[in-house]
Design a protein around this ligand. Structure first.
Ligand code: PLP
Length: 222
């Protein structure tokens, strides 16, 4: 992977994207140097899975003031305060217990992170997140997490689906967001759908994704 090829990959992806879709460049296992190059190409949103790895890169990139860091990996409760210090967005909020804790800490730290609720539209023992019935049952209490800006849903399809099944999966996620919108909860917003990775982002966009999370398509294989 060279800097020239990074630049051309970023340009070609951006040309394909509708204006309504925000590109999150997933920089896990990518050096700070390449993150800086992507920044120089105009990318401002970067996704990381691990708090510690992100911290090391962030310390090398402190001179880039307007980067938005997005946490996309599972957050352990004992790292919640660090996550609030380091990330503007948390896509991987995956339980009521974590939400309650994050909201309390955010209040103490006077911040208000933007978050997505990670949901599993199909059963998937390999992933974190709410099942649909669990999420519907927790909404009222999530709405009381007043220091969190709950903006929408995040999802990852299980392995082994074909394209039409993946499209159905993403469409069902959008329909779930619509259903939650209709409940008119006080704080919970449902404008964002964080879905689509290198292998399936075309399908996600077709189904209404507003944020896609691309790693290998931009930075090459890990
Ligand atoms: C790694 C990762 C991505 C990016 O995956 P690619 O296949 O490299 O595009 C997106 N979302 C999450 C949650 C990830 O862990």
């Amino acid at each position: 992977m060279t800097i020239a090829s990074l630049t051309s990959r970023i340009d070609s992806i951006r040309q394909q994207l509708p204006a309504s879709v925000r590109l999150i460049a997933v920089s896990k296992q990518v050096s700070a140097e390449f993150v800086r190059e992507a920044y120089n190409c105009g990318v401002r949103d970067f996704g990381e899975s691990r708090i510690q790895e992100a911290a090391e890169k962030q310390s090398q990139l402190q001179d880039l003031p307007d980067i938005n860091w997005h946490l996309i990996g599972h957050l352990q409760a004992n790292k919640a305060a660090k996550a609030l210090e380091q990330f503007q967005w948390i896509h991987s909020l995956d339980s009521l217990k974590l939400a309650t804790r994050l909201s309390r800490l955010a209040g103490e730290m006077s911040c208000s992170p933007q978050v997505c609720l990670q949901v599993k539209i199909l059963p998937d023992p390999d992933k974190y997140g709410w099942s649909v019935p669990e999420l519907l049952a927790d909404l009222r209490e999530l709405d009381e997490c007043q220091h969190l800006k709950i903006q929408g849903l995040m999802t990852i399809p299980p392995l082994g689906l074909d394209d039409s099944q993946i499209l159905d999966f993403f469409n069902s996620t959008r329909e779930l967001a619509d259903k939650i919108k209709q409940q008119n909860l006080q704080h919970i917003q449902m404008q964002q759908l964080s879905m689509g990775m290198s292998g399936d982002y075309h399908l996600a966009i077709q189904a209404g994704a507003t944020m896609i999370r691309l790693g290998q398509t931009l930075f090459g294989s890990r």
